[in-house]
Structures are given as structure tokens and as C-alpha cells.
Design a protein around this ligand. Structure first.
Ligand code: HEC
Ligand code: HEC
Ligand code: HEC
Ligand code: HEC
Ligand code: HEC
Ligand code: HEC
Length: 310
């Protein structure tokens, strides 16, 4: 009992010393920095509060941009209070797998949301319409976690040179699909994302890849729709497609461009879109094998196309 009172007193002294230090900073904002932060447990700074400190002025997020004057590390890492929280790793208030949940899957917090603000859509099971993570029957973590795609500290040498990807702090990979290559600095958002996706999705048996700019007999071609297409193996030569298939999201386009949707959790299964009428309006695909997915591009909506003219 005596020990616990002493500890509490010591904590209060530390707390007031820290508050005094924060108050001593010049041009201090009116809000008092709180120990409320990440996970609502003591020991972390609340970003919404410390973002107003002088060293953090002009900083848009706790990710990257660290300097001697910024106050960001302790938004996520607690040097002495982390281990008291069950399941914490790397001095985080939680596991690495769930380190982003509090801020990005929690509508109440007010930051950009992914997975419909629902932690279950990220980690509760193997969903057919999400990049997510789950624990299998043997207790092994499967799927893909936030930090497999994102570089949380925004370290330049772990990201690509492409601005569109850098904005979303997307990791680069040591190994990229040899055909797609690594995203280039000058690539458009669509091109850069396509090459980036192929950085993980490059093995497709036998010996082909998800990415093929020329007919390779193994995977769907990724090209513009030509007025005259002469696949060397086909009996028909002429127009066969009315919409380009240049990017992954030419087909995997469900919720593309919707903040926090694609490629996290989308309405369409496998992020696919289908057609209500050929080349007309699109809708999320409910099953990945439905023909509407192909008819969207292989009919023109006015009587030409697969099963009609070729
Ligand atoms: C937005 C939350 C966040 C902020 C802010 C943050 N970190 Fe991290 N840190 C993480 C996460 C999550 C990991 C695990 C990363 C991973 O597995 O890729 C991590 C990992 C680490 C590691 C272990 C790296 C390893 O590979 O073992 C160190 C060291 C570290 N952070 C230090 C810092 C320092 C120092 C700062 C401030 C300059 C900081 N972090 C700011 C979330 C954060
Ligand atoms: C303490 C809160 C906090 C935690 C934890 C956190 N973030 Fe963020 N994150 C922010 C804020 C604040 C922003 C900028 C404002 C916004 O997006 O609403 C941001 C922005 C981002 C962005 C957009 C790029 C940028 O820097 O503006 C990405 C991507 C992102 N976070 C990913 C992650 C990932 C992945 C994790 C887990 C490793 C994570 N965040 C953990 C607060 C957090
Ligand atoms: C870090 C590696 C990685 C990156 C980068 C990546 N994926 Fe995946 N992807 C996976 C893994 C692992 C799975 C299987 C687990 C799952 O569905 O979450 C998967 C599953 C998928 C699926 C099937 C979804 C399902 O629920 O069955 C599609 C479609 C897909 N990825 C497309 C993409 C696209 C498009 C991109 C680029 C935005 C991309 N992937 C980037 C690793 C990655
Ligand atoms: C021409 C349309 C089209 C393009 C372009 C396309 N895909 Fe797909 N993809 C599909 C369809 C349709 C399915 C679902 C049918 C299937 O699983 O074979 C699919 C399935 C997938 C799957 C899940 C496979 C599985 O076994 O569940 C992944 C992963 C994937 N695509 C990744 C990519 C990546 C990465 C790109 C870009 C490099 C890409 N796709 C480009 C149409 C396309
Ligand atoms: C398969 C890879 C992948 C995984 C896993 C993933 N992300 Fe992302 N994330 C992306 C991509 C790609 C973008 C950029 C999408 C675009 O440009 O349309 C993005 C964008 C974001 C953004 C910015 C959204 C916006 O509207 O600006 C945030 C925030 C974010 N991710 C957080 C997370 C968090 C948190 C997790 C885990 C809970 C996570 N991501 C898991 C690939 C991934
Ligand atoms: C986003 C548009 C788009 C979608 C969706 C699409 N295709 Fe294609 N497809 C094309 C384009 C473009 C070509 C190349 C033709 C050209 O150059 O005009 C093509 C070519 C083909 C070819 C010729 C073989 C090859 O690889 O060159 C076949 C077969 C084919 N598509 C089948 C399908 C099937 C099956 C689906 C549905 C799972 C589908 N396509 C979905 C646009 C699409």
C-alpha cells in the first residue's frame, strides 16, 4: 500500500514536470497536452493534442518527418507504460498487427478511416473482398497486415520514388515482378499502383505473372483496346474489346478512389466490378466468375461484341 502510494506520488511529480516542460515551450497552444492518447491508457501522447505543439506545426501526421523538435514517437511508442498493456509489442499499446486500429478503424477519433471503421473487417476472418489478416486453425497469422503495405515511419529508403505512392506511405519491395518492374518516379497514380500491386502478386503458376502487356498465353493481357486485335491463336480479327485493361484497377475497380475503400475492403468480391449493361454503368461483382465482369469490356452496349459479332 505504502509502495503504491509512493509510486502514485512519483508519477504525479513526473506528470507535473512533463506538463511544466510542455508549458515552458514558446508559443504553446491553449490546449493542455494530455496523457489520454492511443488506446486511452496513460503513457502516450494524444496526436490531436500534441499536433499543435511548436515542433509539430505544419506536420500533417505522426508518420515520418521526424526531427529533433517534433513530438511524435510517443504518440505510438511508450518507453515505460507499454509493457503493462496485455499483448503490446515494440513498446506499442498493442500488437504490430493492430497498431493502426485505434486511429484508422475507429470513427470516433476523426482521422482517415479504412475497413469501414470496423476492426472485424480487418482481422476477423478471411474475407473474399478485402486485403486483411486472420488467425488460422493452427494459430498462425495469415493474410496481409497494414505494415506489410505501409511504411509507418515514412522512411525514404523503404518507400518508392513515386509521389503518389509516397503520399500513402506505401512500402517498396525488394523484389518486383520482372515484367511490371518497380514503380517509376514519373508513373501516373494508376501505373504506379499497378506496378506496386505486381510487386507482391507476381507468382501465378505455371511460370506466368498477373501482369502481361503482351499476349503471353498465361494471364489476361493488360493493354489498350485496339480497333483491330489479332491474337495469333484466334480465328477472328477485329475489335474485341471496347475498354482498356491497362491497369489492375481496370478490372479490380470496386471502390477505387473511395477514401479508405480499395484496396482495403470493397463492395465487390476480389475488388471486381461487373456490368449492368455492356460498357454502361458498373456495379460491384457479387461473385468473381460472373460474365458481367467480362461483358463490361467485351461488348460495346450497342450490339457489337462477344457472342454478338464475334
Ligand atoms: C504512427 C505510429 C508510430 C510512430 C509515430 C512511430 N512509430 Fe515506431 N513503430 C510503429 C510501428 C507500427 C512499428 C512496427 C513497424 C513494422 O513492423 O513495420 C514501429 C517500429 C519501431 C521500431 C522497431 C523497428 C524494428 O524493425 O524492430 C523502432 C526502434 C521505432 N519504431 C522507433 C520509433 C521512433 C524513435 C519514433 C519517433 C521518431 C517512432 N518509432 C514513431 C509505430 C510508430
Ligand atoms: C496516433 C494515431 C495514429 C496511428 C496509431 C496511426 N496513424 Fe496513420 N495517420 C494518423 C494521422 C493523424 C494521419 C493524418 C490525418 C488523417 O489521415 O486523418 C495519418 C495518416 C496516415 C496515412 C496517409 C498518409 C499520411 O501520412 O498522411 C496512412 C497511409 C496511414 N496513416 C497509415 C497508418 C498505418 C499503416 C498505421 C499503423 C502502422 C497508422 N497509420 C497508425 C494517425 C495515426
Ligand atoms: C504486401 C503484399 C501485397 C500487396 C502489395 C498487394 N497484395 Fe493483394 N493480396 C496479398 C495477399 C497475401 C492476399 C491474400 C490474403 C487476403 O486476401 O487478404 C491478397 C489478395 C488479393 C486479392 C484477392 C482478394 C480476396 O479477398 O480474395 C486481390 C484481387 C488482390 N490481392 C489484388 C491486389 C491489388 C489490386 C493490389 C494493389 C493495390 C494488391 N493486391 C497489393 C498480398 C498483397
Ligand atoms: C482484365 C481484367 C483483370 C485485370 C487487368 C487484372 N485482373 Fe486480377 N482478376 C480478374 C478476375 C476476373 C479475377 C477473378 C477470377 C479469378 O480468380 O481467376 C481476378 C483475380 C485476381 C486475384 C485473386 C486470385 C485468386 O486466386 O483468388 C488476384 C490476386 C489478382 N486478380 C491480382 C491482380 C493484379 C495484381 C493485377 C494487376 C497487375 C490484376 N489482377 C489485373 C481480372 C483482372
Ligand atoms: C494490400 C496492401 C494494403 C494493406 C494491407 C493496407 N493498405 Fe492502406 N493503402 C494501400 C494502398 C494501395 C493505398 C492507396 C490507395 C489509393 O491510392 O487509391 C492505401 C491508403 C491508405 C490510407 C490513405 C487513405 C486515404 O483516403 O487517403 C490509409 C489511412 C491507410 N491506407 C491505412 C491503412 C491501415 C490502417 C491498414 C491496416 C488496418 C492498411 N491501410 C492496410 C494498401 C494497403
Ligand atoms: C477492363 C476491360 C476488360 C475486361 C474487364 C476484360 N477484358 Fe478481356 N481484353 C480486354 C482488352 C483491352 C483485350 C485486348 C484486346 C485489344 O487489344 O483490343 C482483351 C483480350 C482478351 C482476350 C484475348 C486473349 C489475350 O489475353 O489477349 C481474351 C480471351 C479475353 N480478353 C477474355 C476476357 C475474359 C474471360 C474476361 C472476364 C474474366 C475479360 N476478358 C475481361 C479488356 C478487358
Amino acid at each position: 500500500m505504502v509502495f503504491s502510494i509512493a509510486r502514485r506520488a512519483a508519477f504525479a511529480v513526473i506528470l507535473s514536470a512533463v506538463s511544466a516542460m510542455l508549458f515552458a515551450l514558446p508559443a504553446m497552444a491553449t490546449t493542455t497536452p494530455a496523457w489520454a492518447g492511443f488506446g486511452n491508457t496513460p503513457g502516450w501522447y494524444d496526436w490531436s493534442v500534441v499536433s499543435t505543439l511548436p515542433g509539430n506545426v505544419g506536420q500533417t501526421s505522426p508518420h515520418g518527418g521526424y526531427s529533433t523538435a517534433t513530438a511524435k514517437c510517443r504518440v505510438c511508442h511508450s518507453v515505460h507504460a507499454a509493457s503493462s498493456v496485455l499483448g503490446s509489442e515494440l513498446l506499442l499499446p498493442t500488437s504490430v498487427r493492430d497498431a493502426c486500429t485505434y486511429c484508422h478503424l475507429n470513427a470516433g477519433i476523426g482521422y482517415t478511416q479504412v475497413y469501414g471503421s470496423n476492426p472485424a473487417s480487418y482481422s476477423a476472418g478471411n474475407l473474399p473482398n478485402a486485403h486483411n489478416t486472420w488467425v488460422d486453425g493452427l494459430g498462425v497469422t495469415q493474410g496481409v497486415t497494414c505494415t506489410m503495405c505501409h511504411q509507418v515511419h515514412g522512411a525514404a529508403n523503404l518507400m518508392t520514388a513515386n509521389t503518389h505512392l509516397t503520399q500513402s506511405i506505401l512500402r517498396s519491395f525488394a523484389e518486383y515482378d520482372p515484367t511490371a518492374g518497380a514503380p517509376l518516379a514519373a508513373d501516373s497514380r494508376e501505373m504506379a499502383l499497378t506496378r506496386w500491386c505486381a510487386g507482391c502478386h507476381f507468382s501465378l503458376p505455371p511460370g506466368s505473372s498477373f501482369y502481361a502487356t503482351a499476349y503471353d498465353m498465361g494471364t489476361h493481357i493488360m493493354s489498350v483496346a485496339n480497333t483491330n486485335y489479332a491474337n495469333p491463336a484466334a480465328s477472328f480479327t477485329g475489335r474485341v474489346a471496347w475498354r482498356d485493361s491497362t491497369y489492375c484497377m481496370s478490372c479490380h475497380a470496386s471502390d477505387y478512389g473511395v477514401s479508405g475503400g480499395w484496396p482495403h475492403l470493397t463492395a465487390g468480391v476480389r475488388f471486381l466490378v461487373s456490368a449492368t449493361s455492356s460498357v454502361g454503368t458498373t456495379m460491384p461483382a457479387s461473385v468473381p466468375i460472373q460474365d458481367g465482369i467480362c461483358l463490361r469490356c467485351h461488348r460495346d452496349g450497342t450490339g457489337a461484341g462477344i457472342g454478338l459479332t464475334y
